[in-house]
Design a protein around this ligand. Structure first.
Ligand SMILES: NC(=O)c1ccc[n+]([C@@H]2O[C@H](COP(=O)([O-])OP(=O)(O)OC[C@H]3O[C@@H](n4cnc5c(N)ncnc54)[C@H](OP(=O)(O)O)[C@@H]3O)[C@@H](O)[C@H]2O)c1
Length: 288
């Protein structure tokens, strides 16, 4: 299978490229520098040039604060461009895979969100990503949307990605409390996305690891695993702060957004490893 990966320089994009190559797929990886997905005719031109069987869109404006500051860019990257790509792929029978987020939910539910739960976003990012999902499926009923949450991996700028380094260096670690959600090692996210695409899944699926957590529970588990591996851990105390006490986290995030993966597991015919396994895999990868 020939796969074209958009946003290939991002956290999930890089793991997708690696996993697709490991599977022997023919991969065209386009970073933001190689191709701006919002450019007019970008989709049409790239599809003609590279002739893929499948396009995976890992490009997105993911920083919530940036989306609030520049709503035009957020709408273009997170809603309009994905819908254009979905439409162009649909016209020529190329599979289109788009990535979604748990931030389309408001967090008021008491049990994990299932794919059909209605979106009720709290932020510009969540709003534009929710619209993106809707517009993609309207433009191309065969498209696949895989929702991720709290992704961590090598070289990632997300808090969970950087946490092992922080725990190794700092005696007191302060992090955002009051939120519960799903998380995913980017390597497992890539496996789930490619497995769903290979199985010709359509519609919305959740692509996170099983189980739910908070940043504090995640940090405590990381400390335990790092110590167990004989790694350096300076951290003696983990303090939870409210979102408004953390610089750069002024935009509302859902307090509760675990994603239910039963439908994904049923489709794939396998259990998705829990997030603790993903964390172990990540720590082994980065040598902590
Ligand atoms: N990270 C998470 O915790 C998380 C959670 C839930 C869902 N997701 C979803 O997962 C997907 C992948 O996210 P990620 O974590 O891999 O994010 P990421 O590391 O921020 O990667 C996104 C990539 O998209 C690129 N990009 C931005 N605008 C573009 C444009 N106009 N044309 C082409 N490329 C562009 C970025 O390049 P520049 O940096 O150069 O702009 C970046 O390389 C997104 O759909 C996101 O909504 C992520």
């Amino acid at each position: 299978m020939k796969v074209l990966i958009l946003g290939a320089g991002g956290l999930t994009g890089r793991y997708l490229v690696k996993e697709a190559k490991r599977r022997g797929m023919e991969v065209t990886a386009l970073t933001h520098c190689d191709l701006d997905i919002t450019q007019p005719d970008a989709a049409n031109g790239a599809l003609l040039k590279f002739q893929p069987d499948c396009v995976i869109n890992a490009a997105s404006l993911t920083r919530l604060e940036r989306c609030e500051e520049d709503p035009v860019a957020s709408r273009k990257i997170n809603t309009t461009a994905p819908a254009d790509w979905a439409k162009e792929c649909g016209k020529v029978g190329i599979k289109f895979v788009h990535l979604g987020t748990d931030y389309i939910f408001d967090g008021t539910k008491k049990t994990p969100y299932v794919p059909e739960d209605p979106a009720s976003p709290l932020s510009r990012y969540g709003h534009d990503k929710a619209n993106g999902e809707k517009q993609v499926l309207l433009a191309n009923s065969q498209a696949l949307i895989v929702r991720l949450a709290w992704v961590f991996g090598h070289g990632g700028s997300t808090f969970m990605s950087q946490l092992p380094g922080i725990l190794a260096e700092r005696e007191v670690v302060e992090l955002a409390g009051g939120r519960r959600g799903s998380c995913t090692y980017a390597g497992e996210a890539a496996r789930i996305i490619l497995d769903l695409a290979r199985g010709d899944a359509r519609g919305i699926f959740h692509g996170v690891q099983s189980g739910e957590t908070t940043w504090k529970e995640f940090a405590k588990k990381a400390v335990e695993l790092m110590r167990g591996r004989g790694g350096k851990v300076a951290c003696r105390e983990i303090r939870e702060l409210s979102l408004d006490q953390i610089p750069g986290m002024k935009v509302a995030r859902p307090a509760f957004s675990p994603l239910d993966v039963q439908q994904t597991e049923k489709f794939l015919g396998r259990k998705i490893p829990n997030w603790e396994k993903g964390l172990e895999e990540y720590l082994a990868e980065i040598g902590f």
